[in-house]
Ligand binder design. Structure first.
Ligand code: NCD
Ligand code: ZN
Length: 346
């Protein structure tokens, strides 16, 4: 008998759709399976005002059509105007605000250096119930890249949360036991997204047997014990953890380079990979919570009305190795094992 899994239509709570020819080429990969996604604002230049977010939303909708809902975010800078943030949220233009420590990742140069300078915005957000989404890595060159998430929790995140009671926070793309433990210690107001690729790879996958640029992303994958903690958190049924793929396309020439860009492109095969990971953990019945229920609960949004069905195939399910875009080919994340769960056409 064919094994079949029907889920409420999933959402992606952390997604990079880019702009222009790249947007055109890769947005359909997300819109095919996901009903909504939190759209990252790290364009060049970044999306910093409500008006820019509204214009970007319209460019996305022009590609995807209205069957997909982009939930927009603003890129927090030291010059962000609290009144603009609150108005954009009140008018339904934005869902959240994104904090990039300056220099932490792709297009983060306009991010925050001095956290005291965004105090007023954070207080206005707490008051208006606007979530803060954190790229949780310090940028201090003294701190080892594998320790940057853990240090961010102690030096930045915890002090911000203590100083701003009521501020709802999502720790984005968590990669460590430290982050899992920090989130599970908090009864409310704190959630975390987990990516598809961090459930699959550890740092050996990037570095052993030759460098694998398509496994390089930020935060960088850590030791196996951390990956295991992420799988445990994602498959636990704990509603504080939900899917944010962080699918982050870069054209192959920008990845396969002497100074390669960070980002894994997982939009195309994420659901097949997640079904594999949850099945291996004996937790298939908890996949829907992770992909479709915990995120809306955190954001106070309804669960999607539609459904999506996956079927388990004996033979490996094919997927394209690359997506051709007007900005060049983009390599689809290779989990390193055959996929057997196929998303059925709607
Ligand atoms: C993201 C990108 O390419 O925009 N890259 C990544 O490695 N995840 C930025 C980010 O989310 O850090
Ligand atoms: Zn990201």
């Amino acid at each position: 008998m064919t094994q079949r899994l029907t889920l409420s239509r999933p959402d992606d709570w952390h997604l990079h759709l880019r702009d222009g020819a790249m947007l055109q080429g890769i947005a359909p990969e997300s819109a095919r399976h996901f009903a909504r996604a939190i759209i990252m604002p790290n364009l060049l230049p970044p999306v910093v005002t409500g008006a820019e977010a509204a214009a970007y939303r319209d460019r996305i909708l022009a590609v995807t059509g209205t069957g997909f809902t982009p939930l927009m975010t603003l890129y927090l800078t030291e010059a962000t105007d609290p009144a603009d943030v609150v108005a954009a949220h009140r008018d339904g233009i934005i869902t959240a605000v994104k904090l990039y420590p300056a220099g932490a990742t792709t297009n983060s140069a306009s991010g925050v250096r001095d956290f005291d300078r965004v105090r007023g915005v954070l207080e206005a957000m707490a008051e208006a119930g606007i979530p803060l989404l954190c790229h949780g890595e310090v940028t201090d060159p003294e701190i080892d890249i594998f320790d940057r998430e853990a240090v961010f929790i102690d030096r930045v995140l915890d002090p911000i949360r203590r100083a701003t009671p009521g501020l709802r926070v999502v720790m984005e793309h968590i990669t460590t036991t430290d982050a899992v433990n920090y989130v599970t210690a908090e009864p409310e107001g704190l959630g975390a997204t987990i990516t598809t690729h961090h459930l699959v790879i550890n740092r050996n996958h990037i570095l052993v047997g030759g460098i694998k640029p398509h496994y390089y992303c930020l935060p960088v994958a850590k030791r196996e014990i951390h990956r295991e903690a992420l799988v445990k958190a994602a498959t636990s049924g704990d509603a504080r953890f939900f899917l944010g793929t962080d699918s982050a396309p870069h054209a192959d020439d920008a990845k396969e380079s002497a100074c390669g860009c960070a980002g894994c492109f997982t939009a195309t095969n994420t659901l097949s990979i997640l079904a594999h990971v949850f099945e291996a953990a004996g937790a298939l019945e908890r996949l829907e919570g992770f992909t479709s229920r915990h995120g809306p609960a955190f954001y106070g949004l309804p669960v999607n009305a539609g459904t999506i069905t996956l079927e388990r195939r004996e033979a490996p399910v094919p997927y394209p190795a690359k997506i051709e875009t007007g900005a060049g080919p983009v390599t689809v994340f290779d989990p390193g094992f055959p996929l057997h769960w196929q998303v059925m056409p709607a």
